[in-house]
Design a protein around this ligand. Structure first.
Ligand code: IPM
Ligand code: MN
Length: 351
């Protein structure tokens, strides 16, 4: 297969972890006889510095001309404590999601046998956890009208959903559930929010099209609780943008390290693949960041092209590295810690 992949390394540790994923993907391409043409483009604070804009038009053109986007991380501390900043790296991310039509954010949470005791949760609670969040990514409170009134003394952020937006996300959820254990949980706050009632009504109406799927409806506050009590009782969960943002951070600690979880954002055409962790500015350039989440995001990218064996080869290499202790300091437990680049080299040599 010939693949054109846009590479948006972004800020902080983004470039370092992206380098490792590119290296591993290139090793896969050699092994399985694919040709990958990487197209680097600017985003985040790096793009603000270079051209004054976190998601420049030129970057967008490169993305739409590609088959997929591999994304690192964005965000820089100099914007975080400055509520008056006119441009922020995060705006680039939201603009990119919207312009590329990436409405479904796929965030899996699974455990690694060798890390079961690294999780802050007890082994018996998390063993067997293998769930996937489908977070709606281009609607809701993130994109509703926002502003100030009363001379700035009152602020508002509107949460808006259309039936069409809920339907297309829920359809992906039902389809994903059909390929897994046929269990779907719709997470909402239908006891309070009108948008949540629309979500529930829409999903309920779709149940008849997927008679094999068992659907449960749970309130977001209860899910937040059950997620740390019995994460292995969930399979596919669908939810709106802000609930999904919060719950997927919560879910990410189950595996024992945020540095391990990949994600995919899908829409009508191209997909974007990125680690769920952020830009970790304190670790920039220190060669200590865990590249595995980005490497596993590359695995999701191959799988999304239907290249299952390629994805599996990457997953196997990561599992072996974890078993053998070829890990960065976040997982080294006081033992030998490898550098970001060294873990990447090892994975590339062992896929
Ligand atoms: C995420 C991030 C973003 C979000 C931020 C950086 C805008 O937290 O991808 O989960 O809230 O969606
Ligand atoms: Mn988030």
């Amino acid at each position: 297969m010939k693949l054109n992949i846009a590479v948006l390394a972004g800020d902080g540790i983004g470039p370092e972890v992206i380098d490792q994923a590119v290296k591993v993907a290139d090793a896969i391409a050699t092994k399985f006889k694919h040709e990958i043409n990487w197209k680097p483009a600017l985003t985040g604070a790096a793009a603000i510095d270079a051209v004054g804009e976190p998601y420049p038009d030129e970057t967008h053109e490169i993305c739409v001309a590609s088959d997929a986007v591999l994304f690192g991380a964005i965000g820089h501390p100099r914007f975080d404590n400055d509520p008056s900043a006119k441009v922020r790296p995060e705006q680039g991310l939201l603009k990119m999601r919207k312009k590329l039509g990436l409405f479904a954010n796929v965030r899996p949470t699974f455990t690694f046998p060798s890390l079961l005791d690294k999780s802050p949760l007890k082994r018996e609670r998390i063993e067997g956890t293998d769930l996937v969040f489908l977070r709606e990514l281009t609607g809701g409170i993130y994109f509703g009208e926002k502003g100030r009134r009363d001379a700035g003394e009152t602020a508002f952020d509107n949460c808006v959903y259309t039936r069409a937006e809920v339907t297309r996300l829920a359809k992906k959820g039902f389809e994903l559930a059909m390929t897994r254990s046929k269990k779907l949980c719709c997470v909402d706050k239908a006891n309070v929010l009108e948008t949540s009632r629309l979500w529930r009504e829409t999903v309920q109406a779709m149940e008849k099209d997927y008679p094999e799927v068992t659907v449960s409806y749970e309130f977001v506050d209860a899910v937040a609780m059950r997620l740390v009590q019995w994460p292995n009782s969930y399979d596919v969960l669908i939810t709106e943008n802000l609930f999904g943002d919060i719950l997927t951070d919560e879910a990410s600690v189950i595996s024992g390290s945020m540095g391990l979880m990949p994600s995919a954002s899908l829409g009508k055409s191209i997909g974007l693949f990125e680690p769920i962790h952020g830009s970790y500015p304190q670790a920039t350039g220190l060669n200590i960041a865990n590249p595995m989440a980005t490497v596993l995001s590359a695995a999701m990218m191959f799988e999304n092209f239907g290249l299952q064996q390629e994805g599996q080869a990457i997953r196997n290499a990561v599992n072996t590295a974890l078993d053998k202790g070829i890990v960065t300091e976040d997982l080294a437990d006081g033992g030998t810690a490898y550098g970001t680049k060294e873990v990447g080299d090892w994975l590339a040599a062992n896929v």
